[in-house]
Design a binder for this molecule. Structure first.
Ligand code: NAP
Length: 366
């Protein structure tokens, strides 16, 4: 999320109403306990058994499980917490919500549930880590956290096309967040780039506001699910532009069009639109962990396969940061659960090991 260079003209969450993130009034069990560095003494490190980095479905599920295992987790959740679902509109495939649920609302529920069991959530970004020895050390907002075990669940973030004109017009009609910015394009014509589920979903969502949505994809076949493809293709407000690439975003102060390249025939064409939504996939948020943890060819963190253990004993990975294949909220939540169970068992084995060493030491002394 730190790499997202979208100008923040409104709140960091693009104007989303996050009141639901507050603890539910009257819920006796709900405990919102922001970690106060002063609690450990001014400037002193905050110590705990488990630190979870990230507050998307993986991080908060790990928080629910580790909190219920009395491991007193601290979640360092990011300044803009909640992960990708905070910029997702309707989620129709999360089990338990037969009528669908808004992404931010779902994350609010995850957070309340984690806090209910005592997880402490810090709304700050981790900017440095030292995983060279235990306790592991992590720094966020000038506070040092020390933990016996760490779960990295930092997720992934939206990719951009990389055009100068796209960067120049970000926040002026170019956006990667339909939920945040769709409202501003009421009765306008807009474009959506991409051919995966994100692009199809954003295009469908944007039909609520726009007079017309141009879905622009560089190939002639979509990568997204069949049901979403059918919905987009049959929607009266959506026009498909297949075999087209964005060569330039046009406009001085605001987007007023795009210059499209053709991949199926020579030539270019100009499409007049007032906004452009980029929905071309994601990049894992590995920055502060890159020097410590193993990554795969795509740059995603690598778990050892059978469990969520990383290449450093005591550090576990979960969610989209190690998953370039499934990338679903429900799979991320499942991984958060696995990581929590792995941490619990690993800590238990460490404690048994330490107890055995102490016993052996005492016997030798006798
Ligand atoms: P994705 O599946 O990786 O699709 C990215 C799309 O962007 C591809 O069609 C790709 O084109 C295109 N693309 C990539 N780089 C491009 C570039 N530089 N210029 C133009 N086009 C470019 O990513 P996603 O759509 O974000 O989905 C990620 C995962 O999340 C998937 O597993 C998806 O099913 C899931 N998801 C699910 C839902 C849902 O079920 N509600 C919603 C969103 C996402 P090519 O096809 O040519 O490679």
């Amino acid at each position: 999320m730190k790499d997202d260079q979208t100008p923040r003209t409104r709140s960091p969450l693009g104007g989303l109403n996050l009141n639901f993130l507050a603890p539910v009034a009257g819920d006796e069990a709900a405990v919102s306990m922001p970690v106060q560095p002063a609690a450990a003494g001014e400037g002193e490190p905050v110590e705990t058994r488990v630190v979870i980095v990230g507050s998307g479905p993986a991080g908060l599920t790990a928080a629910i499980y580790t909190a219920r295992a009395n491991l007193e987790p601290i979640v360092i959740g990011g300044i803009v917490g909640g992960g990708q679902l905070m910029i997702t509109s309707e989620v129709e495939n999360y089990p338990g919500f037969p009528n669908g649920v808004q992404g931010p609302e779902l994350m609010g529920l995850f957070r309340s549930q984690a806090e209910r069991f005592g997880a402490r959530i810090v709304d700050a970004d981790v900017d440095r880590v030292d995983l060279g020895s235990r306790p592991f050390r992590l720094w966020a907002a000038a506070v040092e956290y020390r933990a016996q075990a760490v779960i990295v669940a930092t997720g992934a973030e939206a990719l951009w096309l990389g055009l100068d004109s796209e960067t120049r017009l970000r926040g002026r009609g170019v956006s990667a967040c339909a939920t945040c910015d769709g409202f501003f394009f009421r009765e306008k014509e807009i474009g959506v780039v991409g051919g995966g589920d994100s692009a199809l979903e954003e295009a469908l969502f944007l039909t609520r506001f726009a007079s017309k949505v141009h879905l622009i994809h560089r190939r002639d076949g979509f990568r997204g699910s069949k049901i979403m493809q059918d919905r987009a293709a049959s929607h009266p407000k959506i026009q498909l532009h297949l075999n087209r690439t964005i060569e330039e975003v046009l406009g001085e102060e605001h987007v007023d069009g795009v210059r499209l390249g053709k991949t199926d025939e020579p030539g270019e064409e100009v499409l007049e639109i007032d906004g452009l939504f980029i929905a071309i996939g994601h990049r894992p948020n590995v920055a502060v962990f890159r020097d410590w943890l193993g990554t795969d060819a795509k740059g995603y963190l690598r778990a050892d396969g059978a469990t969520t253990a990383s290449n450093i004993e005591g550090v576990f990975v979960a969610g989209d940061v190690d998953d370039s294949r499934y990338r679903q909220a429900v799979t991320a939540a499942g991984e958060g659960c696995r990581a929590a169970i792995d941490v619990e068992r690993w800590l238990e084995s460490q404690e048994v090991h330490t107890a055995q060493k102490l016993e052996t030491g005492a016997a030798t002394a006798l």
